[in-house]
Design a protein around this ligand. Structure first.
Ligand code: UD1
Length: 338
């Protein structure tokens, strides 16, 4: 079965291509390489023994998107990773975010309809929940007003899919990711942030590698046990595997609704200080860090109720926080050697 992976050269996309190929799917990657590197294709081949098909394409352009579906026959499902993902940038360039993130989905869906393709998996985010009222957070928890255009595109995408799946043959699953970190055990693929990382773990590994002087821990006075924010960090390989089971669920007609939502996290919350401790413990490397003021827009704490995903998808995250921080470090070290 051939699956189109939009944004398949990116961080989560590349790990998902590996898991899909390991599960016997054929993979076609369409990526505009705006925030990724084509070398990933060879890396996926080195890990799996099979080279995915690849086309460089800007799917936000309807002509280019249609060409992908016409040139590569036999696509039976789509996993959509192609999107801009920087929260801060989205505040500065909202129009670009709406056009890109939502335009890609509309172009892809239009072509899916044209070619009779029925299965769509959407990268969504726990950001749709905003600041939780109760923890752990369930899929049925209310979706709050978005605080950035990036988060808003994730919410709108879910709402668009509700209407689209209701009136077409398309089935969709939106996976609400918590905080993906870590890298493949081979250290051949991982996260490649552009410029100064915004996210915690790439900043930690770059600081440990001497690329950044010091990690700033944003906020020490949150109402949490150690005063720092809490997130549900999930190993990117566990997250990648969730896409395979989501796709299979639809193919095997086990989905109970035309559009379903799943929390993809571990169910455990870790504070920023706990992540730093885990990094130091698993790698033996001492990290240079200090406290800084709170970062605007950060929620205090969130972690997933994963019982629905466990029950319905038969999926559960396997990796613990120490293996996540260690694999992130092994990837960073490999990057530094090149
Ligand atoms: C952010 C995005 C989220 C996106 C996710 C991708 C926001 C509000 N949310 O989540 O939509 O899906 O990235 O992974 O931006 N921290 C530091 N120092 C740093 C960097 C981060 O202390 O240099 C702290 C943050 O304050 C936060 C935690 O580490 O408490 C995690 O931050 P980050 O990795 O940026 O993820 P989120 O903000 O949770």
């Amino acid at each position: 079965m051939k699956i189109l992976i939009t944004g398949g050269c990116g961080y989560i996309g590349s790990h998902t291509c590996v898991e899909l190929q390991n599960a016997g799917f054929d993979v076609l990657i369409a990526d505009n390489l705006s925030n990724s590197n084509q070398v990933v294709i060879d890396r996926i081949e080195r890990i799996t023994g099979k080279k995915p098909e690849f086309i460089q394409s800007d799917l936000s352009d309807n002509g280019q998107c249609s060409k992908v579906f016409e040139e590569f026959q036999g696509i039976e499902g789509v996993i959509n990773f192609a999107a801009s993902k920087a929260v801060g940038e989205s505040m500065e360039k909202p129009v670009m975010y709406y056009k890109n993130n939502l335009g890609i989905i509309l172009n892809v869906i239009e072509n899916m309809q044209k070619h009779g393709i029925k299965y769509f998996v959407q990268s969504s985010s726990c950001t749709v929940y905003g600041e939780p009222e109760a923890l752990p957070i369930k899929e049925t928890s209310p979706v709050k007003d978005a605080t950035s255009p990036y988060g808003h595109t994730k919410q709108i995408a879910e709402q668009m899919l509700a209407f689209i799946t209701a009136s077409t043959d398309i089935n969709a699953i939106a996976l609400r990711y918590f905080n993906p970190i870590g890298a493949h055990a081979s250290a051949l693929i991982g996260e490649l942030p552009n410029g100064v990382p915004n996210n915690l773990v790439p900043f930690i590994t770059q600081t440990a590698a001497g690329i950044r002087k010091e990690l700033k821990v944003f906020g020490s006075d949150y109402p949490t046990p150690d005063g720092t924010c809490i997130r549900d960090y999930i190993h990117v390989v566990d997250l990648a595997k969730a896409h395979v089971v989501a796709l299979k669920r639809m193919v095997e007609k086990k989905n109970k609704e035309k559009l379903e939502f799943f929390n993809i996290g571990t169910g455990h919350g870790y504070s920023v200080l706990e992540v730093i401790n885990s990094f130091e413990k698993s790698t033996g490397v001492k990290l240079n860090w200090s406290f800084a003021p709170r970062r605007a827009g950060d929620i205090i704490q969130i972690w997933a109720d994963t019982s629905f995903a466990e029950r319905e998808l038969g999926w559960k995250a396997q990796e613990d926080i120490n293996s996540m921080t260690l694999s992130a470090w092994q990837w960073q070290q490999k990057l530094d050697k090149k």
